[in-house]
Design a protein around this ligand. Structure first.
Ligand code: HEC
Length: 150
């Protein structure tokens, strides 16, 4: 009799193990998907807002933003470089031929002067790729008029 109930317990135990493994598989897949998708999908916009503090010295965002040391960055994701009206860009930026898609922004933010030599953005760059993801997730929230993109 005791042998029977021990078997039952063992059976229950291996059943639990199976159940525990099942949700782990989609979880892993989801993680791999997130890791493989481009910046904004993986970044955390709230962390990006905090990280943008170092950009805010020179760049404004949101409704009523004005060009200051650097151009307004509303709607910057996807727009051609040097296209913010009323801002006096460097010759280097005007001639860069960049479009600020995901890859171009990542490269530029990591090492501005290496990607656009003689840019007047005097900023060393953001070292951490995860922080760049976060900043891009934050930037993409702002449409060209500075309103939140739905
Ligand atoms: C010390 C001031 C300064 C800081 C800090 C700074 N920038 Fe800039 N940024 C500039 C200037 C000046 C330009 C214009 C560059 C040019 O014309 O060569 C610029 C240009 C840019 C551009 C190109 C915009 C366009 O319209 O083509 C992007 C994108 C950008 N900055 C993003 C950032 C982000 C994101 C950060 C923070 C991680 C940041 N910048 C930090 C001064 C700064």
């Amino acid at each position: 009799m005791s042998g029977f109930s021990r078997d039952r317990r063992l059976a229950a135990c291996s059943f639990q193990r199976k159940v525990r493994w099942k949700p782990a598989v989609p979880g892993t897949l989801l993680f791999l998907l997130l890791a493989a998708t481009p910046a904004q999908a993986g970044g955390d916009a709230d962390k990006g807002r905090a990280a943008f503090a170092k950009c805010r010295f020179c760049h404004q965002l949101g409704e009523g933003a004005k060009n200051s040391v650097g151009p307004v960055l509303n709607g910057v994701v996807g727009r051609p470089a040097a296209s913010q009206p009323g801002y006096a860009y460097s010759a280097a930026m005007k001639a860069s031929g960049k479009t600020w898609d995901d890859a171009a922004l990542r490269a530029f933010l990591a090492a501005p002067a290496a990607v656009v030599p003689h840019t007047k953005m005097t900023f060393a760059g953001v070292r951490d790729a995860g922080t760049i993801d976060d900043i891009l997730a934050y930037l993409i929230r702002f449409g060209p008029d500075g309103r939140a993109v739905p």
